[in-house]
Design a protein around this ligand. Structure first.
Ligand SMILES: C[S@@+](CC[C@H](N)C(=O)[O-])C[C@H]1O[C@@H](n2cnc3c(N)ncnc32)[C@H](O)[C@@H]1O
Length: 362
């Protein structure tokens, strides 16, 4: 098996697992419902395509399209829309969520080339929140492929991280790749692109991590008439130090644990105990495959979920006991019977009613 074939199997397994857990969380925003997800997709499509006037005829390709958050907007603007993703789960979900449209083609790719796409056929190729997590030699291979599929006057828009070079594990399929600006420029030029502009990406939530030397940008490129160099050379220019080899046979990114653990905490705060438990279960499975020893943290959050859930159930029992909304006559009848049989308890119950259901008090 070649290095790319091994990476392909790993990227598929990793992204399918994340998609099966919670497709909205693992896409871009960690959003809570599909409506918000489409809105954020329209916002990101607008940012990515800033300054482009669509004629309605363009052929558009998104690399790492996920469940189609941006493709929904592309369908409204372009004549042909192609979404490519390494994950079967993502493409299955995209087919389910997006409107059936003959303009749309969804492709489960091998994760390192675009062999299903014809050379010189695409006007605009984009990637948002996707190439940033790919191993650098996969990025380099894709750049050569993107050059191949673009029309001579075609262009490309990418979301990227620039700042301090990060030396990550080669097989990490989640951690953000970040390149020194001058190396990024050299790598992209070696792949046959001219940089048009690079602008900082600002979203309503944190996407740059300046304290860690990572800042996120949208970059616009034109296809030049220089032929790309070999992907190995592009990879070396992008990241002169290269990526480290991972030890162990299940190299799951520790970031995956921290993201799912923090997601569980957010869900707990929001009172969504079922989803919080699912996220803890996911985090727990992930950490079994890493060297992280976080059993105390997991135990702590499980107890916290149980405690908050029990407290909520107690409040419910109490409110069910005192809520006779819409049926005041039954309340009155029961209260009278109780008052007669247990005068002290009835007085206590009346107090609770005064606190919890003032609307049915006379
Ligand atoms: C964070 S999601 C973003 C999805 C989409 N771009 C969006 O913004 O909603 C990253 C996506 O990239 C896909 N991906 C990761 N590595 C890939 C690769 N090597 N080739 C193609 N897709 C890949 C994942 O399967 C996942 O669907």
């Amino acid at each position: 098996m070649s290095d790319f074939e091994k990476l392909s199997a790993l990227m598929k397994a990793d992204w399918n697992r994340r998609l099966r857990h919670d497709y909205r969380f693992w896409m871009s925003d960690g959003v809570s419902d599909d409506r918000v997800m489409w809105e954020s997709g329209a916002r990101d499509f607008g940012i990515l395509c800033e300054g482009i006037t669509f004629s309605g005829q363009e052929s558009f390709l998104e690399l790492g399209c996920g469940v189609g958050r941006l493709l929904a907007s592309a369908l409204k603007k372009c004549g042909r829309v192609i979404g490519v993703d390494v994950s079967e789960e993502a493409i299955k979900k995209a087919a389910e969520l997006l409107p059936a449209d003959p303009k749309l083609q969804l492709i489960v790719g091998n994760g390192y080339n675009l062999s299903e796409v014809q050379s010189g056929s695409i006007d605009l190729a984009v990637s948002f929140a996707a190439i940033t997590s790919m191993p650098t030699d996969v990025i380099a291979n894709y750049l050569v492929e993107l050059y191949r599929i673009l029309k001579p006057e075609g262009y490309m828009r990418l979301q990227i991280y620039l700042g301090e070079e990060q030396r990550l594990a080669h097989a990490d399929t989640l951690h953000l790749r970040c390149f020194k600006p001058e190396n990024f420029k050299k790598g992209l030029e070696a792949a046959g692109f001219d940089i048009e502009w690079i602008k900082e990406l600002v979203l309503p939530f944190q996407v740059s991590f300046k304290e860690h030397g990572l800042e996120t940008f949208i970059a616009s490129f034109r296809k030049s008439n220089r032929s790309p160099l070999h992907p190995n050379e592009i990879s070396r220019l992008l990241l002169p130090l290269g990526e480290s080899e991972t030890e162990g046979n299940q190299p799951i990114s520790p970031i995956e644990f921290w993201m799912s653990y923090n997601y569980a905490k957010t869900l707990l705060e929001a009172g969504d105990f079922e989803k919080a438990r699912e996220a803890v279960g996911f985090a727990s499975d992930v950490c079994k495959a890493t060297a992280l020893d976080v059993s105390d943290l997991l135990q702590e959050i499980i107890s916290e979920i149980n405690k908050k859930e029990a407290a909520q159930a107690e409040r419910k029992v109490l409110s069910v006991g005192v809520s006779f909304e819409g049926r005041p006559e039954i309340f009155e009848k029961n209260l009278k019977a109780l008052k007669d049989a247990f005068p002290e308890l009835a007085a206590q119950l009346q107090d609770k009613c005064d606190e919890a259901a003032p609307e049915i008090q006379q």
